[in-house]
Design a protein around this ligand. Structure first.
Ligand code: GLN
Length: 484
């Protein structure tokens, strides 16, 4: 049952071959038996109550196509019932008084929440090793990282502990873990999915999106989670669209831009080979490859690692021991309370970013770093517009290597940052991007580790991206592979 797509599960639920309660129980049992550390909070009673409500809706005939299908949420989306930790000691026992808009939308669609998924602390990381609740293991090889920051989401889907999950992507955190775990994920255009109740990291970059086995599944989830939200000041006002509408369109004549800068010296040969094979498959499907250039790709690393920490230093100032979560037990005065609370509550990477962010925003450095980064951010976005004059979508690797070993980069923040080279520019430009499984590499350990193909589109081209991904998934079977 756990190998089924959302479409199959939906058909089984509607025809009463399985009940929402049976389905939820099946997945809860799998979660309980797994040792990947993918979840931060599971509560059988809460899940089964939602499943029961879904069964009643199905019996009464007022169900949607998603009613009764289980989903799990990255622990960065706040939930009224489950704890909301953002992977941080700061919020270890925090329970939100409200649900994030995304959580509400999936509830309204009748989906059943399985629990909360582990992630890097405040979504800062590329390996899910920055979680206060411990690293998540990659189900393909438990000595490898699952990618990050939505590592719990990707690992849980790959191990078939849930058929669907939410993730968030600030600089690659949906696409890169999807690639490392061999699942499908899409980061929509900035502003498409409400950020209300998504614990903030870098507000001008943060964007929620779905992760699942297939592009078709992602289109169903995107249909439910996208839409204008007056509670999010950067939410885009657009007509509702059906992201599944183009899935079956022929892609003959599709022009695929292949950026030179994504195939340079840093790209591992096993990843390059899998990606080139995927591009050849697209040619067989009738697409043509166009050589393009995204000349500022390299600059996306310094630019992102100035802008994201700057915004994080401001967003995380709310964790002061007064309003949310952890407060130090002993302190002399108010300043001492702030200092001890934040010293105890935040992990090393979060502190590093707060310090960097405060520095680049400070008097005397603001012009030299922050303002300069904003200007280059604009140029990076312009590079993409020039490229889209020559092609319909852009394709390349998601990351320079397959998943690395747990512990390998945990003491080296810069090594982590460099691994984000192919995902950051899309985020800085606010464009939609996705990752689909396209083969396996060996890494250095000669183990079998998934490779992802990145597909980038112009603003609001999600339906096109999903079409392009779906056509590939009709012709290949990488997305059906699971580590069992
Ligand atoms: N790896 C990047 C970082 O650490 C991206 C994280 C994300 O997209 N949330 O900031």
């Amino acid at each position: 049952m756990h190998t089924h797509s959302l479409k199959q599960l939906s058909a089984m639920l509607q025809s009463k071959q399985v009940s929402a309660t049976e389905l939820a129980t099946h997945y809860l049992n799998r979660i309980e038996a797994s040792n990947l550390n993918a979840f931060t909070h599971v509560d059988r009673g809460l899940t089964l109550a939602q499943a029961n409500a879904a069964d009643q809706a199905l019996a009464a005939g007022n169900a949607t196509a998603l009613t009764g299908i289980p989903i799990a949420h990255k622990d960065i989306f706040v939930t009224r019932d489950w704890r909301s930790t953002a992977g941080s000691r700061m919020l270890e026992n925090y329970v939100s008084p409200f649900d994030a808009t995304v959580v509400t939308l999936f509830k309204q669609a009748g989906m059943v929440t399985l629990g909360k998924l582990n992630c890097d602390e405040f979504a800062m990381g590329s390996g899910n090793e920055n979680s206060y609740f411990g690293a998540v293991k990659n189900p393909w090889d438990t000595s490898a990282v699952p990618g990050g920051s939505s590592g719990g989401s990707a690992a849980a889907i790959a191990a078939r502990l849930t058929p669907a999950a939410t993730g968030t992507d600030t600089g690659g955190s949906i696409r890169q873990p999807a690639a490392f775990c061999g699942v499908t994920g899409i980061k929509p255009t900035y502003g498409s999915v409400s950020r209300y109740g998504m614990i903030a990291f870098a507000s001008s970059l943060d964007q929620g999106g779905p992760m699942a086995q297939t592009a078709e599944d992602c289109s169903w989830l995107l249909n439910a989670m996208t839409g204008f939200d007056e509670k999010d000041s950067t939410s885009v006002q657009r007509d509702k669209e059906d992201f599944s509408r183009q899935l079956n369109q022929d892609i003959k004549g599709l022009r695929i831009g292949v950026p030179r800068e994504f195939f340079g010296a840093g790209l591992a040969s096993d990843v390059e080979q899998a990606v080139r094979t995927a591009l050849a498959e697209y040619e067989k499907l009738g697409a043509t490859l166009v050589d393009i250039s995204l000349p500022k790709t390299e600059l996306s690393i310094p630019v992102y690692y100035i802008i994201a920490p700057a915004e994080a230093s401001s967003n995380l100032s709310r964790f002061d021991g007064v309003r949310y979560g952890h407060r130090a037990a002993d302190y002399k005065d108010l300043n001492d309370m702030y200092r001890k609370t934040r010293t105890e509550g935040f992990g090393d990477e979060v502190k590093r970013r707060i310090l960097t962010g405060a520095y680049v925003l400070s008097h005397g450095y603001y012009d030299a770093y922050y303002l300069q980064a904003q200007k280059i951010r604009r140029l990076i976005a312009q590079d993409f517009q020039a490229a889209f004059a020559q092609c319909d979508v852009i394709m390349g690797p998601v990351a320079p290597t397959v998943a690395w070993d747990l512990g390998d980069k945990s003491d080296d923040p810069v090594a982590n940052y460099l691994a984000d080279i192919f995902t950051l520019s899309t985020s800085l430009a606010g464009l939609p991007g996705m990752s689909i499984p396209c083969g396996f590499g060996q890494g250095e350990k000669n183990s079998k580790r998934p490779v992802g193909l990145q597909i980038i589109g112009n603003y609001f081209a999600e339906a096109k991206l999903l079409n392009v991904a779906h056509q590939y998934q009709q012709a290949t079977d990488w997305h059906t592979k699971s580590p069992e």
